[in-house]
Design a protein around this ligand. Structure first.
Ligand code: AMP
Length: 273
């Protein structure tokens, strides 16, 4: 990578956990458009899974992933072992911890329900950045909070990397593409649409002039409850701080995490008026 950089090549990097779908490929295509060389990593990062989460059963489809990436024209595929990333004695972690009242980046939303998750993400992404040495790194808006965490990390650690945030790719019926969608049984797959519907319905309401966020949130919760098994969170937040909003503002993000069956799904939408 160092050699390529010295030769003046622009490097685009797409970190993933594999089980690739069109969402990942959209990042790869963007990286190919904007750079000379595309590096993709596949690493199911144990450090970002809680003890009772799905690390063991997270889908691993390496042969298929590799074929997809080859077809998409990816130059380098990096798939380290857990042992290579976390050798014995590994003890340094990257933690993003803004003062609680200033920002919900770390300890609200997914940070609240998945303690240690963003610490694991920040640690592995920092390591991958050092290994891949990219000029630009590509992340999906599907994991909005994660992208904001990484933006903070890049800023705070003076990393010379441009974060490129790409739009969420959806199935025809609106469900955000996710490696975890393959866990859904057919009946759950239908119920899973509720996340997308609740988010976009709320956006429509705002666009049509409604401004009472409390009321809109309660309506969305009531609608969601009819379909999903558990709502982890559903919040209207400031897109920079991720703190929940009481009052309407011109730019907002609505984020949700819900369990459908045993599968935890997340989605979000930006609202800009
Ligand atoms: P993952 O393999 O789930 O860790 O995701 C790797 C990258 O792909 C992350 O930056 C995700 O935000 C992004 N990604 C996952 N799903 C989608 C999607 N449906 N649309 C756009 N980007 C996505």
């Amino acid at each position: 990578m160092e050699r390529l950089r010295r030769r003046g090549r622009r490097l685009g990097f797409v970190p993933t956990m594999g089980a690739l779908h069109e969402g990942h490929l959209s990042l790869v295509r963007a990286a190919a458009r904007e750079n000379d060389v595309v590096v993709v990593s596949i690493f199911v990062n144990p450090a970002q899974f809680g003890p009772r989460e799905d690390f063991k059963k997270y889908p691993r489809t390496f042969a298929r992933d590799r074929r997809m990436l080859k077809k998409a024209g990816v130059n380098y595929l990096f798939f380290p072992s857990a042992q290579a990333i976390y050798p014995e004695g590994f003890s340094t972690f990257v933690e993003i911890k803004p003062a609680a009242k200033q920002s919900g980046l770390f300890d609200l939303l997914c940070g609240k329900s998945r303690p240690g998750h963003f610490r694991g993400v920040a640690t592995v992404v920092t390591k991958l950045f050092h290994l891949a040495k990219p000029h630009r790194a590509y992340f999906g808006a599907k994991d909005y909070q994660q992208a904001m965490v990484i933006r903070r990390l890049i800023q705070d650690l003076d990393l010379d990397i441009a974060l490129r945030l790409m739009p969420t790719v959806r199935e025809k019926d609106g469900l955000a593409m996710s490696s975890r969608n393959r866990y859904l049984r057919p009946a759950d797959r239908i119920r899973a649409r509720a996340l997308f519907r609740a988010l976009f319905q709320l956006r429509r309401q705002i666009r049509s002039g409604r401004r009472n966020l409390r009321e809109l949130r309660l309506e969305a919760l009531a609608e969601l409850r009819r379909y999903v098994d558990r709502i982890d969170y559903f919040e209207i937040a400031d897109p920079e701080t991720l703190l929940p909003l009481r009052k309407f503002q011109r730019r907002m993000v609505v984020l949700t995490a819900c369990f459908v069956g045993k599968t935890r799904l997340i989605d979000n939408v930006i609202i800009q008026i």
